[in-house]
Design a protein around this ligand. Sequence first.
Ligand code: GLN
Length: 482
Amino acid sequence: MSEFSFVSIKDYQTALLNNQTTCVAVVEYYLSRIEANKHLNAFLEVYSEEALERAKQLDEERLAGKSLGKLHGVVVGLKDVISYKNHKLSAASKILENYTAVYNATAVEKLLADGAIIIGRQNCDEFAMGSSNENSAFGKVLNAADNSRVPGGSSGGSAVAVQAGLCMISLGSDTGGSVRQPADFCGVIGLKPSYGRISRYGLIAYASSFDQIGIFSKTVEDAALVLEVIAGTDGYDSTVSESPVENYLASLTDDKKYKIAYIKQTLEHPSLNEEIKNAIFQFIEQLKSAGHSVEAIDFEYLDYIVPTYYVLTTAEASTNLSRYDGVRFGYQSKSPENDLTEFYKNNRSEAFGKEVKRRIMLGTFVLSALYYDSYFTKAQQVRRIVSDRANEIFAEYDALISPNSPIPAFKVGEKSNDATEMYLADIYTVFANLAGIPGISLPLFDSAFGIPFGIQIMTDKMKESQLLNLSKQMVQIAGKNF
Ligand code: GLN
């Protein structure tokens, strides 16, 4: 199959039911695309034979008239932090290079139960720490729209895989923007649901009170459908919300008018690129013409949220990553050691990358007895302020809009020597993770130099229906055909 085009999963499934294509043909198509785009380094491993075998089975089931799952035949890629039984799981780190997952993440279990085909494991920043995908132990990922630019991170491989048409859907993870920012850089949709909407069971932990599995897709419909399948309670993760999983796809047709806010300080921020700023201001006018109300509000602590995020997430990471000591699994050093401490030291210092080590040390520091109150406790207090402000905002407004990133996709190497600069660029995404609210990145704009960028929408917790409905309306208002 040389050419394959579909607008959404639904269209593809209709084509399957009308015998216009088969799952096998579609998997073959994606495998050939992956092969032709190897230079992007989006996949760390491709499950060619397995995917074809599964496609064959699904074709047979369909032809035999069996009832089909909601994701029947959908070709999905998984960020290398999501556990898929009997497949390698490395978090793009040397420390887990030879580790094989022993169980399925709940999200994966649900994908499979509804008929999805998993095509491979996608590259990312090591342990999901980064914003450019330059921190992978297995090489950087390139932006398919311009190979001299980064795809964003940490779920860079997952974003590029959807961008370049290497699979239909990717699952990534978002702790501070890792789904929304790479989606923004690559011109695809990136949905980070509310904290606790999707089970984290089987997701390698970076900062457990922030982490959430997210979805990359080309259409709002597809994101809604996949969310419907993978969201919901799970006996293996007590932090999952009891709130019922709605029929997100059905909610897209509503043409309700919304009360939208934007934080003045976000659009006035000195770090914000002019082109992004202008595009968003222009779009605000379009939203108003379409009958929505858009008002400016204040959040005076904007400049504190990145430091807060980095204090809390590095603290959580330093504890979460202490399990990688090389004793029961993971990298074991060949260097001689005299005692157990030296054994740990060798394993960890040889196998963790620079950024991961920096964060473990930072996290250990902010949790140390002498500094705990001045950093960790303080940051928790700021987190409370953020979440209180979010509650106030959503008591009055339906949605909050902002950029996803102060800048569009930057050049490979441009920021890799300045960690602080890289961290500060997370200014627009960490708010949602600190408050536990959902956020989506919609690729509504194209920059003058051909690189896409988007807009972010956030709503109150567990209001994904509203988030997706407004997303659909915004896509239409922007005159886009996805
Ligand atoms: N860029 C952020 C960081 O480096 C986001 C990471 C993430 O969401 N996993 O921490």
